[in-house]
Design a protein around this ligand. Sequence first.
Ligand SMILES: Nc1ncnc2c1ncn2[C@@H]1O[C@H](COP(=O)(O)OP(=O)(O)OP(=O)(O)O)[C@@H](O)[C@H]1O
Ligand SMILES: [Mg+2]
Length: 281
Amino acid sequence: MTAAATAANAPATKTAAPKDAATRGLVEITKVRKSFGTTEVLKGVSLTVEPGGVAVIVGPSGSGKSTLLRTINHLEKVDGGFISIDGKLVGYEVRGERLLELREKEILKQRTGIGMVFQNFNLFPHLTALENVAEAPVVALGRSKEDARRRGLELLDRVGLKDRAGAYPRQLSGGQQQRVAIARALALDPKILLFDEPTSALDPELVNEVLDVIRELATSGTTLIIVTHEMGFARDVADTVVFMDEGQIVEQGSPEHIFTNPQEPRTRSFLSKVLEPAFNI
Ligand SMILES: Nc1ncnc2c1ncn2[C@@H]1O[C@H](COP(=O)(O)OP(=O)(O)OP(=O)(O)O)[C@@H](O)[C@H]1O
Ligand SMILES: [Mg+2]
């Protein structure tokens, strides 16, 4: 079954997304379930991220963090529950008692409001940094090439790479490529940015240059949802830290709460492993 749960509790899709900046980027995830074959990897996940909020998701490998992130822009369909952004359902519309999946064109349109940055950058190798950043606004938003180029240069400047605009991905370090990928995600003026382990493919000395860019974004009013293993960064940047294990949110709260006073044994056990690794030399 690909349709989500019944429409009974879902918001009406006909409501236009509010224009009010104060509600731009409200993410509401409600009882989302997802299985691959017979394995249920999301077991009823509910999470609200306020407009401009920064939620950081942490948890062991295989706990469902990437899958959850991918349901937010409908790269994964959900098997139950629903997700809405600014009150509008993601990927589905209400038809009577059921949720029907939107057509591909409408899904792609929705996705332009949700930027995603992946672990492996995913830049187009045959395009320069600037071309990587300037392409989608022309194709997806119908902007003029000139506008997209000008804005692309501004965004490369914002991530500290204006002078590398003409470089191809192979001529850039991993950290630089990831900063181009962030500029590319920003080029569609998304209200939400999703990051899936944006620094885990980087050499340690390149991690900070990427985290610094994300830190700056965290104060920009864009809603950020970040999966990371960088606990110090999570503590710094998050309003809400979400600990996931085995397809469920075990505990969530302020960084202070999660890192210094976790209530759940599973959270404590996870943090004791990642915050105080044993060195046996
Ligand atoms: N396309 C898929 N087909 C089948 N199983 C999948 C698929 N994607 C993910 N899974 C499984 O779903 C579970 C959750 O995976 P997910 O990638 O969401 O975990 P994660 O928390 O992001 O882990 P990591 O920290 O290693 O990235 C895992 O058991 C994984 O093997
Ligand atoms: Mg993952």
